[in-house]
Ligand binder design. Structure first.
Ligand code: UDP
Ligand code: MN
Length: 621
């Protein structure tokens, strides 16, 4: 872009060139054109040969004119650019003036990090209030078109795919609890606009006992309006008490009549061509449960961020995570082929009757979480399969915070134990250890699991061992763990061994708390894992290490540390010293100059340690 100070020069150059060009054009037209037409032939003042010279010169001139014309064109463009630059500068000056006018009322709010610079104080207050209530930018959503265009994030090969002309019918279920009306309407609009009308049989809205006034009469009116245009398409079911997301999904399923159901969050926008791959695949095999590919709608700007295709997995806390694509799929060299997946993330599509036959969702899952893994294990262990369909893409708002639960951890833990108890057989202790819960007398009420266990019997489902070996070999059980939980030194039981700052590999002593950074796992082999349990093939947990010199222990990825010959093996028994097997130094604590206990490696004194939970009376003698 042209700098501003060149503007008068460019203007002058432009005007001069345009004038020169016009004079020469008049000359050229008046003389040369007449010659060509032969009009002045008889009055020629010079012999023809001289005229030829003139013509030659004139044709040179013509080329020069062309050059001139190009130069003028260039100057014109430069002028336009300058103009645009000026306009932009003016605009940014305007913004800055506005910024100066409007004080930032919420400088620490995540909502205003990239957005909302030109909002007045009242507008900021309103936007922040809505943001706190919903966890996303409702103020902006209310201004965006309901039928906005979003980036088509599909692989280009998806566009060449063809599907059978006869496909099963589709029912879409949207569940919500206090979502913004404009967000729900945008979801409905995207479904209507991006699903072939001949397959879209119904859209079922399930209100999980929202309190938001906007979702009462105004929502009823909107539904009536849609149904005027598309008779009978929308249905609304309202819970009269809060039932949580699993039961809300079941309510939607019960009301559905279509061949295939897609059970989605209410803060989504389906992308182009999302439905056809689902319907075609389920038509081919009704035991497939489909997980779509998510893209991320940013909670503040509502911009779309494309996610790479991945496999849906989970860790031992049963938190969802993305895993890499299987080699067998890569070898197919078909970017549109279904990807076998150990789990779903949450939203899904399924053959309606098949989903019913295998027991829908576990309605005893409270509030949120766990239900996706429960369904996934049941599907695989009881004769179905899960696939991610690369051409089915759904944009989903990733909220900043969840409006319905201040402390999700408690309910996630409870729901995870429920999954472990029903489905995980002898591996269930991995979930207990990941959540740092004692195996016996956990004090956590995970509800009655008898009907789900009976369902498992009825469906003659396979074991979790089969699932691990055949479906999810990346998830690694660790049978060698014999002690886990907080690790305390008898000198001061208010402080715990802690992984220390991240990034960094120096463990510390820190006031005890309940976060996983203080999880410690002691193995029969002598290793100590410190920090949240990973237990995944190809990703390493970190081991407590004596570097052999200095007085500070470190944390190193266990496999690498073992390969490097670092000292990661320790002798330890409950309420005994922690002694490195090769250096013979002890892990101890000592007060620094500020009187605070720090972790050290030193010649053993008499210090002893205690780990919170032990397995099968290990280390008690
Ligand atoms: N939801 C619900 N009842 C609840 C909690 C959640 O109906 O008690 C709905 C929520 O409105 C959303 C869906 O369940 O449409 C999934 O919840 P969320 O989007 O918070 O989960 P995430 O997508 O973050 O995993
Ligand atoms: Mn969601």
């Amino acid at each position: 872009m042209m700098p501003r100070r060149n503007f008068p020069k460019a203007l002058f150059l432009g005007i001069t060139l345009i004038t020169a060009f016009n004079i020469l054009l008049i000359l050229y037209r008046g003389t040369v054109q007449s010659l060509i037409l032969g009009k002045l032939h008889k009055d020629l003042p010079f012999p023809l040969a001289e005229w030829k010279g003139v013509i030659k010169k004139l044709s040179h001139l013509e080329m020069d004119f062309q050059d001139l014309k190009d130069t003028v064109e260039l100057a014109k463009n430069q002028l336009e650019n300058t103009n645009n630059t000026l306009k932009q500068m003016l605009k940014s000056m305007e913004c800055k003036t506005k910024q100066k006018l409007h004080r930032k009322l919420f400088p620490n709010s995540e909502l205003f990090r990239k957005w909302g610079e030109d909002l007045s104080e009242d507008q900021q207050r309103m936007a922040q209030d809505l943001f706190e209530k919903f966890g996303y930018n409702v103020y902006l959503s209310n201004q965006l078109p309901l039928n906005r265009t979003i980036l088509d994030t599909r692989n280009s090969r998806c566009l060449q795919k063809t599907y059978p002309s006869q496909l099963p019918s589709l029912g879409v279920i949207l569940i919500f609890m206090n979502e913004a009306l404009s967000v729900i309407q945008r979801a409905i609009t995207s479904i209507i606009n991006r699903t072939p009308s001949q397959v879209l049989k119904e859209i079922i809205l399930v209100d999980d006992f929202s309190s938001n006034g906007e979702l009462k009469i105004p929502l009823n009116e909107k539904i009536a309006f849609y149904n005027q245009k598309y008779p009978g398409l929308l249905k609304l079911i309202r819970h009269t008490e809060r039932k949580g997301l699993a039961e809300s999904r079941n309510t939607g399923w019960q009301a559905a009549t279509a061949d295939v159901v897609a059970i989605l969050d209410a803060h989504i926008e389906v992308n182009i061509g999302w439905a056809e791959p689902i319907l075609a695949r389920i038509q081919e095999d009704h035991t497939v449960i489909v997980s779509p590919v998510f893209d991320k709608i940013l909670f503040d700007t509502f911009d779309l961020q494309k996610y790479a295709l991945a496999v849906d997995g989970f860790n031992w806390e049963l938190w969802c995570r993305y895993d890499s694509l299987p080699q067998a799929w890569i070898d197919l060299h078909d970017a549109t082929a279904p990807v076998r997946s150990p789990s779903i993330m949450g939203i899904l599509a399924a053959d309606r009757l098949f989903l019913g036959k295998i027991g829908g969702l576990d309605g005893e899952m409270l509030v949120y979480g766990g239900e996706n893994v429960e369904l996934s294990l049941r599907v695989w262990q009881c004769g179905g399969k899960i696939e991610v369909l690369p051409c089915t893409r759904i944009a989903h708002i990733e909220r900043h915070h969840k409006p319905y639960a201040a402390d999700l951890g408690t309910v996630l833990k409870r729901n995870a134990l429920r999954v472990a108890e029903i489905w995980m057989d002898e591996y269930k202790h991995m979930v207990y250890m990941a959540w740092n819960v004692p195996l016996q007398h956990s004090g956590i009420d995970y509800g009655d699991v008898s009907s789900r266990k009976a369902l498992r019997e009825k469906l003659k489902c396979k074991s979790f061992d089969w699932y691990l070996k055949n479906v999810y070999p990346i998830l690694k059980p660790i049978p060698s763990i014999v002690g886990y939980g907080r690790m305390k030194n008898a000198l001061d039981e208010s402080i715990c061994l802690d992984q220390g700052p991240i990034p960094g590999n120096t463990p510390i002593m820190y006031s005890c708390h309940s976060f996983s950074s203080q999880n410690v796992y002691y193995h029969l082999t002598g290793q100590f894992y410190v920090g949240a349990l990973i237990a995944e093939i190809n990703t390493e947990d970190r081991c407590l290490t004596d570097p052999g010199e200095g007085e500070n222990p470190t944390l190193e990825p266990c496999v690498k540390a073992a390969q490097k010959g670092l000292h990661i093996y320790w002798d330890f028994k409950q309420e005994k010293a922690v002694i490195n097997k090769s250096t013979k130094r002890c892990l101890e604590i000592k007060k620094n100059s500020a009187g605070i206990y720090v972790l050290v490696l030193q010649t053993c004194t008499t210090q002893v340690w205690k780990i919170q939970h032990t397995i099968k009376n290990w280390g008690s003698n």
